[in-house]
Ligand binder design. Structure first.
Ligand code: ZN
Length: 399
């Protein structure tokens, strides 16, 4: 007994992808003109993702007949691709076919929602990718903050990195966050990925790719900053004994000033000025906003079917600061370096608005190539950070 699709389900599947084959490597038109002007040809097939009958490809015995012949279990393909997916069950798995379907539908959705022609790829500026050095134990981690600035969803299939000798790496593995992911319009996503053995040496590009393999890169300036920061950290690990410079830096006076800047179009940015008020150059590495939870938050982790739910204590959070100019070797006496936090990547700052984060536990910290650094948490700093966090909440709610 076969659980076949009804004619209306077939029509729905075809219309949802504008009668195009859903295989991203194909996408042929499946309907068109017949030699008889009164007729049209149809070369499309409503294929089963999991088979209609026992013994068929990808058969799932756990489904009810209703689930098996529902639109959810179907994918619109051309005749060739419909044959192709039944030729190799191991290659054309259920999750791959579902991925095709999501990409094909998102492509049509994008055209309708944004009043733009049906194209294979998203506009190059639809996805904003910001990257920063994430100082994991291995010194090879990159934190990627992505924001879908468009009016339609975008499917992110992998992250990738490219080095100066033309070697490149595509990967789904993330230290934090998950890939692939379907990112809704105006949504953000955060990932931490490991560059592995190659690390930051000679890194030229890092970013994400969508379902059509289009790349969305971290900007060249930000990439250069990441490489520099990684070099500074590696210097730190190579030479742990920096004691003379370290003790001199400990005496240095610095000034940290926070301000919320409003752009002409109304968007606000948190700006942090770091001024060297001492008479020696400061080998600044970077800065971050940090906060602590008092008491620590208890988070359930590792809840799967096989093991018990573990709990972990989360003591705080942080956001790395982006630098407006590339940090040169050091900040000269009297000079000011400007850092910023863009509202698109500041979602996690919302945590500072909750009652378990006290003023005294919100700080901006700066690191140097030595173990010496600064922690600023007085005066206007906690208030400005909270004001900015409130703006982030308000601006997302008004969208
Ligand atoms: Zn096809």
């Amino acid at each position: 007994m076969r659980d076949d699709f009804s004619q209306s389900t077939k029509d729905t599947l075809a219309r949802r992808v504008n009668f195009l084959c859903s295989n991203p490597d194909c996408p042929l038109a499946t309907v068109g003109p017949h030699s008889d002007p009164e007729k049209a040809v149809n070369k499309g097939v409503a294929a089963h993702i999991t088979a209609a009958a026992p013994g068929g490809k990808r058969y799932d015995a756990s489904l009810t007949p209703e689930q098996r012949n529902s639109a959810d279990n179907g994918i619109w393909l051309c005749q060739n691709c419909a044959k192709l997916i039944d030729s190799d069950e191991a290659r054309f798995r259920v999750d791959l076919l579902r991925e095709w379907k999501v990409i094909a539908e998102a492509k049509v959705d994008r055209s309708i929602q944004s009043n733009s022609p049906l194209t294979l790829t998203a506009p190059a500026n639809q996805l904003r990718v910001r990257g920063s050095y994430a100082d994991g134990k291995h010194g090879t981690h990159v934190s990627l903050n992505v924001f879908n600035a468009g009016a339609s969803p975008i499917y992110l299939s992998a992250w990738y990195a490219e080095w100066g000798d033309r070697s490149a790496n595509f990967s789904l593995n993330c230290i934090r966050g998950q890939l692939p992911v379907r990112l809704q319009a105006q949504d953000t996503h955060m990932l931490v990925v490991d560059l592995g053995e190659r690390g930051f040496t000679d890194l030229t590009k890092v970013g994400l790719v969508d379902g059509s393999n289009q790349q969305f890169n971290v900007g060249a300036t930000e990439t250069a900053i990441m490489v520099q920061e990684a070099e500074r950290y590696s210097i730190l690990h190579r030479k742990p004994d920096n004691s003379e410079l370290e003790s001199r830096l400990r005496e240095c006076e610095v000034d940290v000033h926070t301000e919320i800047e409003t752009a002409p179009h109304g968007k606000k940015t948190l700006v942090i000025d770091f001024t060297n008020k001492s008479d020696i150059p400061i080998p600044l590495v970077g800065g971050r906003i940090e906060w602590e939870y008092d008491p620590p938050r208890t988070q359930p982790r590792g809840s799967d079917a096989t093991g018990p739910v573990r709990e972990v204590q989360q003591i705080g959070g942080s956001v790395n600061l982006a630098c407006r100019t590339i940090l040169s070797n050091s900040v000269p006496p009297g000079a000011t370096v400007q850092f910023y936090v863009h509202p698109d990547i500041a979602g996690v700052l919302v945590e500072t608005l909750l009652g378990d984060v006290k003023d005294k536990d919100i700080a901006i910290t700066f690191g140097t190539t030595t173990r010496s650094g600064w922690k600023a948490h007085e005066h206007e700093i906690p208030g400005t950070i909270r004001e900015f966090a409130q703006y982030v909440v308000d601006s997302r709610q008004s969208q």
